[in-house]
Design a protein around this ligand. Structure first.
Ligand SMILES: *Cc1c(COP(=O)(O)O)cnc(C)c1O
Length: 423
């Protein structure tokens, strides 16, 4: 909260000219041109659905016409469809500090949480607790509860407050399940510390990277993380409902079992044997045939990362969020909005969340002005800053629109109006 922060001290606020200058000296500025962004739209929701790379339609067209249309069944081999989950996983690996062979693209994040939670509970049969963070992204705990019901062995899901996570690990904890960057507040957890605490008690760690992969540095190996999942359609720009990814530390791949033992995870898929034998390595976490159109789109989006260093992405992300916070602090019109994201950049992902009792109406009014953000109940407005395609001047313009919305009667007019569905 920012009760101590004075509003309306414009002498310290950057001007629009300052922001244009920042864009001119931005070493990532060129990357914006790789994406389709509608004119006049200020897109602050790339943390929810990434923008489309310009080469995507041609790439999908090739996949359809040449690979499917012409190649037909031959394309499983000739176009590399059969290896796509491993190949695309290997392209995600450097973004999360993993080796090729430790990451695979498959299924959705929710299903991957299910698979890896099962694997963790199965590997530590004497332990009954899945430990998670209160208020974390709900699909993860819904899936945990569903798994517990399915197993029927008396496991339980324990929710700790974010600050108490490490202290709450004990000798009954099988796995600590948490999101690296909180979807609501943008708070970034210290994964290495949580992992140390978990390991000190013999527990495993399953980290959800949905709000961090492609936005902040992730170093799974250095942090000692055992298991991870992440989303393909947020900062990785794989398209709506893009397949997700899954990481299992190499040394654990023989220990963490996949409960969804489908033919694609079999040691010899095309032997069509009666008995299931898991593949060695990361391929065992496949279940059925990969959704090639989705995997292909994600691969295309990942190719946009060639030549981009995540350290530069992080530096720009911090600069964008710092600018936003500074401008909000400096705007007298915004005094009714409080910043709920951490003010310390090291504790923050690539998003800033504001709080206001009329957040829903404000998001609607901003959308009318072509400033796309999103609303999370009961009273939060999320501003996502995708460093590959957001400009500093967009941040300046967005704050100006927000100020205009708060000053005029635009948001009051939204009372009771249906809000467009934003997943
Ligand atoms: C977006 C997101 C998901 C998405 O799950 P899907 O099953 O791919 O829809 C899961 N977990 C977190 C933390 C997310 O932010």
């Amino acid at each position: 909260m920012r009760a101590e922060q004075p509003h309306g001290s414009p002498e310290s606020s950057p001007t629009r000219e300052d922001c244009l200058a920042l864009d001119r000296s931005d070493s990532l500025a060129w990357a914006r041109d790789e994406f389709v962004l509608p004119r006049d739209v200020i897109y602050l929701d790339g943390n929810s659905l990434g923008a489309m790379p310009k080469v995507m339609p041609a790439r999908i067209d090739t996949c359809l016409r040449e690979e499917w249309g012409n190649g037909l069944i031959r394309s499983w081999q000739d176009a590399g469809w059969i290896d796509a989950p491993m190949r695309v996983g290997a392209k995600i690996a450097p973004l999360v500090g993993a080796d090729p062979g430790e990451v695979i693209v498959t299924d959705s994040t929710s299903i991957n949480v299910y698979k890896l939670l099962f694997g963790a509970l199965h590997a530590l049969p004497g332990r009954t607790t899945i430990l998670t963070i209160e208020g974390d992204f709900p699909t993860d705990s819904y899936v945990a509860e569903g798994l517990i019901r399915t197993l029927g062995k008396g496991h339980r899901l324990l929710r700790a407050k974010a600050g108490d996570l490490q202290r709450s690990v004990d000798s009954d904890t099988a796995v600590v399940l948490f999101t690296h960057v909180d979807y609501r507040t943008g708070r970034m957890h210290n994964v290495a510390e949580v992992t140390r605490a978990a390991h000190a008690h013999g527990a495993l760690v399953l980290c959800d990277l949905s709000h961090s992969a492609g936005a902040v540095p992730v170093d799974l190996e250095a942090w000692g993380v055992d298991l991870a999942v992440g989303c393909g359609y947020k900062y990785l720009n794989g398209g709506p409902g893009a397949p997700a990814f899954l990481y299992v530390r190499r040394g654990l791949q023989d220990v963490i079992a996949n409960p969804l033992t489908g033919w694609m995870g079999h040691a010899d898929t095309f032997a069509f044997a009666d008995a299931y034998v898991p593949a060695t390595g990361i391929r065992r976490y496949l279940c059925g045939a990969p959704v090639i159109l989705g995997v292909d789109a994600l691969e295309c989006a990942l190719d946009a990362w060639a030549g981009i260093r995540i350290a530069d992405v992080r530096a720009k992300s911090i600069a964008l969020t710092e600018l936003f916070i500074q401008l909000v602090d400096g705007s007298a019109e915004l005094r009714e909005l409080s910043i709920v994201s951490p003010r310390e950049p090291a504790d923050r992902g690539s998003q800033v969340t504001l709080q206001h009792e009329a957040s829903r109406e404000i998001v609607g009014a901003l959308s009318d002005r072509l400033v796309l953000t999103d609303y999370r109940p009961p009273d939060l407005i999320r501003f996502g800053f995708a460093p590959l395609y957001l400009r500093f001047v967009d941040v300046w313009d967005a704050v100006r629109h927000l100020s205009a919305v708060m000053t005029g009667d635009e948001w009051q007019a939204k009372r009771g109006a249906p809000l467009r569905f934003v997943p």
